[in-house]
Design a protein around this ligand. Structure first.
Ligand SMILES: [Zn+2]
Length: 482
């Protein structure tokens, strides 16, 4: 907090307990007295009328500034992400709509949409980073869940690290204002400048990861919260552990801006599918945890507290899989023996991006795009290689140097695998990563209370809604100047 803000705070200490209208009136009187006094002194000057006007103007600005600071200085914000919540679950004719009474009650008091556009691509890490930055993946730098790694040298690592985000996040702007920040398992927060942080991270997906998570979280935080709740926050534990620990963090640390991330709904959709019995159980459980969170934070009786509930993407049934890198392998664009490549499809569920390796030690190979197109249409009947129209979208939103985009015309997904036996095979499961224009990829977004002027229609609006509620001076797309 800077000196001016501290002074404002001292001056207004006696006024804070009053309502905002009374504060405003009292400040106006105070400003007028100061203004008249200054004007009396300055009336001796031959430039008095000019100076008098400037002072009146400055008094007005000071008055507005002080009033605004009083209104916003006690505000707090929680952003809760429920990963993998399809917008169609909340449609009026959905059989799951009545399973979420707490969400529905909250939605009735909020700006709510169940047709929120996800990012391009509709993947977890790009989407969550767009929520925090208000920008597309091409600008914030988290373009995929995992780095480009054709030969799996990174041991299935994900883009966990805050240092890869190229532009300022809501948390950066909150930090600049001197606010207290916290995050519970939010994606891409390893190493982030957050006052109280337990990031999402895993390696073995066993209990052994707990030591690692303790080490990369804010010093002693994991231990302190576990002592309070008796629960472990891990990739192998669920939403109950995450929400209960979040409540503990909220009560013990009282953050101003707090991010909370839950994973169970996404996991059950990948494993059992949408509208499954298992998904029904998870949804009811998540809603009950949301109800508990709302009660514990006293949301409906705290006018200074804002809540944003958002998800990152929907889900779609997959009926077949295409492995396009097997075609590149047969065309000599990838060499598994020497672990070198010239062209590679980075697959993202329902789309695959054709990348060219321009490194000095890249494999030397030419690619006949027409030949590639023909082979793909022969091998994968539902795939379409687009090097023109769709590519323009990809270049502006995802990857400036993409050579082409392969997308699914039906319920087919892409596999990045080089070792898979068949280029194409029928297979049934649920996934995301299809085009954001696909209705099944739409998700939910909710802003409480309605006095927040921003509604979420695209996940990027989460940034604007947060900045508006907390009165942060956010400049979307500001470089972090690393
Ligand atoms: Zn997700």
């Amino acid at each position: 907090m800077n000196t001016n803000k501290r002074n404002d705070k001292r001056i207004l200490t006696s006024l804070i307990s009053l309502g905002s209208d009374k504060i405003s009136i009292k400040i106006k009187i105070l400003s007028s007295i100061i203004g008249v006094y200054r004007c009396a002194v300055l009336s001796l000057s031959k430039y008095a009328s000019v100076v008098f006007f400037i002072i009146l103007l400055s008094c007005n600005i000071i008055e507005r500034d002080i009033t605004t600071n009083v209104l916003f200085q006690n505000r707090k914000l929680i952003i809760l992400s429920i990963d993998g919540f399809p917008g169609y679950y909340n449609a009026s004719d959905s059989k799951f709509k009545d399973l979420t009474p707490n969400l529905n009650k909250l939605a009735s008091r909020s700006h709510f949409s169940n047709s929120v556009d996800s990012t391009y691509p509709t993947l977890t890490y790009p989407a969550h980073t767009s929520m925090l930055t208000g920008t597309d993946p091409v600008q914030h730098g988290i373009t995929y869940n995992s780095p480009i790694d054709p030969f799996r040298k990174y041991l299935s690592g994900w883009m966990w690290y805050d240092e890869d985000i190229q532009v300022k996040t809501i948390l950066d702007f909150a930090n600049e204002k001197g606010l207290k920040t916290a995050s519970l398992y939010w994606p891409v927060t390893v190493g982030a400048n957050i006052d109280f942080n337990i990031p999402q991270y895993w390696r073995s997906k066993t209990d052994e990861d707990e030591k690692l998570l303790k080490a990369i979280s804010t010093k002693n935080l994991y231990k302190e919260l576990k002592k309070d709740t008796g629960l472990s926050v891990l990739e192998t534990t669920g939403d109950k552990e995450k929400i209960e620990t979040a409540i503990s963090l909220w009560e013990l640390k009282k953050p101003d801006v707090f991010l909370i991330y839950t994973t169970d709904l996404d996991s059950v959709h990948h494993e059992k599918g949408v509208y499954s019995l298992a998904a029904e159980e998870k949804l009811k459980k998540i809603d009950s945890l949301l109800g508990k969170l709302i009660r514990k934070i006293d949301l409906y009786d705290n006018p200074n507290l804002g809540l944003i509930v958002v998800s990152d993407h929907g889900f779609k049934e997959v009926k077949s899989v295409c492995a396009p890198n097997k075609i590149l392998l047969s065309m000599g664009a990838i060499d598994t023996k020497d672990s070198k490549w010239k062209y590679f499809f980075k697959t993202l569920g329902g789309i695959a991006i054709l990348l060219e390796n321009k490194d000095k030690d890249a494999l030397s190979a030419n690619l006949d795009i027409e030949d590639l197109k023909n082979r793909i249409s022969t091998e994968c009947p539902f795939a379409l290689l687009d090097t023109e129209e769709e590519l323009k979208q990809i270049k502006t939103k995802l990857n400036k140097s993409a050579k082409g985009i392969l997308h699914s015309k039906a319920n087919m997904a892409f596999s990045e695998s080089l070792s898979i036996t068949d280029i194409y095979r029928e297979m049934s499961y649920y996934n995301h990563g299809f085009l954001p224009t696909d209705m099944e990829m739409k998700t939910i977004g909710l802003v409480y209370p309605k006095t927040n002027p921003i509604k979420i229609q695209n996940l990027k609006d989460t940034f604007d809604a947060s900045c508006a509620w907390m009165n942060l001076k956010c400049q979307k797309g500001t470089s972090r100047n690393k």
